[in-house]
Design a protein around this ligand. Structure first.
Ligand code: T5A
Length: 212
């Protein structure tokens, strides 16, 4: 049986990842593919518990390495228990965020150093990576405005504007470095235009063939 393909969807806060993933899922399903939709941090019961630990605002300052290792602890559980088994049985996987988020948020946002995160990624994941990454790029202010009024911010949403500017710049650098894997979508457009651009990117990927 052919291995499934792995698609990640990335972007800053309020970029519209959750909103657009349904369109990707529907298009793949219409092409006759079995699809697993999942997210990071999270995707398994244990990894979802780690997500709660990561996102909850708390009085105790969270050490950067603690945050980094919690992100990867959740990821390894997710990869081994959900993503790899799904791909092995021929399902396609769409993940709301994957390792590029760690490079952008911890590497650049927290200023831990992109190469340090890449080294940990190589150690734990080897060459395992998404086949396609849709980067929904939106100016920081626009993304923040979309989230306004959504309730209490989580621990990341409490960060300042400069943090999210570094995150955005890192994502764009990653995309520039790997143009074969990334499709950058202008997510500042009206939703129908964003959905059309996402659909076009998925069609292009499907047209390349469905076997790795
Ligand atoms: N994190 C995660 C790390 O630090 N390191 C890591 O390695 C990983 C994996 C949780 C946090 O974890 C951090 C990053 C995050 O801060 P998350 O759950 O993905 O990750 O959190 P968010 O990015 O905060 O997810 P959001 O739900 O906030 O953003 P989405 O999914 O990008 O946006 P969405 O689809 O919910 O849309 C937001 C709002 O905008 C509207 C929608 O209707 C919605 O109201 N909208 C639009 N409005 C106008 N025009 C458009 N084109 C619109 N598209 C959507």
């Amino acid at each position: 049986m052919a291995r499934g393909r792995f698609i990640s969807v990335e972007g800053g806060e309020g970029a519209g990842k959750s909103t657009n993933i349904e369109g990707v899922r529907a298009r793949l399903h219409a092409a006759g593919l079995r699809v697993v939709v999942t997210r990071e941090p999270g995707g398994t019961p244990l990894a979802e518990e780690i997500r709660q630990l990561l996102l909850a605002p708390r009085d105790e300052g969270v050490c950067e390495d603690t945050e980094l290792l919690l992100v990867f602890a959740a990821r390894m559980q997710h990869v081994e228990r959900v993503i790899k088994p799904a791909l092995a049985r021929g399902d396609w996987v769409i993940s709301d965020r994957f390792t590029d988020a760690t490079i952008a948020y911890q590497g650049a946002g927290r200023r831990m150093g992109v190469e340090r995160i890449q080294a940990l990624r190589r150690l734990l994941l080897g060459d395992f990576a998404p086949d396609l990454t849709l980067l929904l790029d939106v100016p920081v202010d626009s993304g923040m405005q979309r989230l306004a009024g959504r309730g209490a911010p989580d621990r990341f949403e409490m960060e300042g504007r400069e943090f999210f500017e570094r995150v955005r710049a890192a994502y764009l650098q990653l995309a520039a470095a790997e143009p074969a894997r990334f499709r950058v979508i202008d997510a500042a457009q009206e939703l129908p235009a964003v959905q059309a651009a996402v659909a076009q990117a998925v069609e292009g990927f499907l047209a390349q063939g469905t076997t790795p």
